[in-house]
Design a protein around this ligand. Structure first.
Ligand code: URA
Length: 434
């Protein structure tokens, strides 16, 4: 078979056989299909899509392009959570230790910031000494010892995705439901999970701006899980405004510690408890959502969740003292308040503008090679529905450089809208697919 025939067939709306798909993924990963032909094929897939069978085989072939983990010797259910990405989304950081303290095994593999969205690994690396890069042996040892691990994806896991993702990024083929779902699910299925909870973000600050697209993505990923006999539940959650009160790496560690101490903001806490309850149900450690929430609250109130977090941070090289004495976490040199232009009700608190402003401050990367600045970011004081006085602070910007502050303020001035009448209450939980 030749790659040209396969590109032409997909371009003209035909299907690819299982054997052809496996051949494409193997040959591309080995470097035998050049990027220009793979780019053409990806564009044909972007335009024509996959049928259910093609999607299942494509995902399976990606998953087997490198190592597949094996934790079958661990006696407890292994359940992970994945978010499609948002602004202020630090949920994984408190969630993993809370459900691990309830008895679940959580092999959490996270990513770095992408575009205007933050990354769990960048946030964790603001804890002095913390190492997100673990070799597979160390990953397994920490998981066995502590029931959880918070690390980046190893080089040998799903190498096809790393190559294909980079190509999609450069060829306008990222926002495709079959390509996104196979990319995410191939990595998650390679973790040898019993269950997976997906947080599919919807709104201005998310990949999927509208509910219909988010629901389709969720249904596709749940379907891939079913085809691989892995139980997957997707929860659609709001990303029109940032989650919680902080955006920025070390600032989000402060908020994560607040959630672990039982006094986090209501919306972050609710998402942690909702997703955690689904994880405990998938792992058969609870029979009802109410029971699961009760177990999680006990893990927080008893201090078990905080202890688990501290032990894992230490096992991964981080300084556990920084979780108690928070002055040891990095902080920006200066702050500036952004004030409400008039009295009224907040009708918009724009996640995309606030996320992009945080990147301009240095909390994210303009290019892949950039370092993030761990101390900078934005504390959000008021969100949609809040009533404010004229001149009251809407946000506090933490910055290290006057020029980046000016660049960020340019966006932040328009990120909030204050109107005379209150908006309808926003819903945090938008839907679910199981
Ligand atoms: N995250 C992924 O891992 N892959 C995608 O394609 C999009 C988001």
């Amino acid at each position: 078979m030749t790659i040209i025939e396969l590109i032409e067939r997909k371009r003209d709306g035909g299907g690819l056989t299982g054997e052809e798909i496996r051949w494409i993924i193997t040959e591309y990963t080995a470097g035998s299909i050049p990027d220009y032909q793979m780019s053409a094929l990806l564009m044909a897939i972007f335009l024509r899509g996959f049928n259910e069978r093609e999607l299942a085989v494509w995902t399976e072939a990606m998953m087997h392009s490198g190592d597949v983990l094996d934790f079958s010797h661990l006696p407890t259910a292994k359940v992970d959570k994945h978010s499609t990405g948002g602004v202020g989304d630090k949920v994984s950081i408190p969630l993993a230790p809370i459900v691990a303290a309830c008895g679940l095994v959580v092999p959490m593999m996270s990513g770095r910031g992408l575009g205007h969205t933050g990354g769990t690994l960048d946030k964790l690396e603001s804890i002095p000494g913390f190492r997100a890069r673990l070799d597979p042996d160390e990953f397994g040892q920490i998981l066995e010892r502590h029931g959880m691990v918070l690390a980046g994806q190893s080089e040998t896991l799903v190498p096809a995705d790393r190559l294909i993702y980079a190509l999609r990024d450069a060829t306008g083929t990222v926002p495709s439901i079959p390509l996104i779902s196979s990319s995410i699910m191939s990595k998650k299925l390679a973790e040898d999970l019993d269950g997976l909870v997906l947080d599919v973000k919807v709104g201005k600050g998310a990949f999927m701006k509208h509910e219909a697209g988010a629901r389709k993505l969720a249904e596709t990923m749940v379907g891939i899980g079913a085809a691989h006999r892995t139980r997957v539940v997707a929860i659609l959650t709001d990303m029109s405004q940032p989650l919680g009160t902080t955006v920025g790496n070390a600032l989000e560690i402060h908020e994560s510690l607040d959630v672990l101490a039982g006094n986090g903001p209501p919306d972050t806490t609710e998402i942690v408890y909702k997703l955690g309850a689904e994880m405990l149900l998938l792992g058969n450690l609870a029979q009802t959502e109410r029971e699961a929430r009760h177990m999680m609250r006990d893990a927080v109130d008893s201090g078990a969740a905080m202890e688990r977090f501290s032990a894992v941070i230490e096992a991964q090289g981080g300084d556990p003292a920084a979780l108690i004495d928070r002055s040891l976490l990095p902080a920006a040199r200066d702050t500036r308040e952004l004030r409400a232009p008039r009295a009224g009700f907040i009708t918009r608190c724009d996640a995309l503008d606030i996320g992009t402003a945080a990147v301009r401050l240095g909390a994210g990367r303009a290019t892949k090679e950039d370092d993030v600045d761990p101390g900078v970011g934005i504390i959000v004081h008021h969100k949609v529905g809040a009533e404010v006085e004229g001149g009251e602070p809407l946000a506090t910007v933490h910055y290290n450089d006057e020029q980046t502050l000016e660049n960020a303020l340019g966006l932040l001035q328009d990120a909030w809208e204050v109107a005379p009448t209150p908006p309808p209450p926003p819903s945090l939980l938008i839907g679910e697919v199981r």
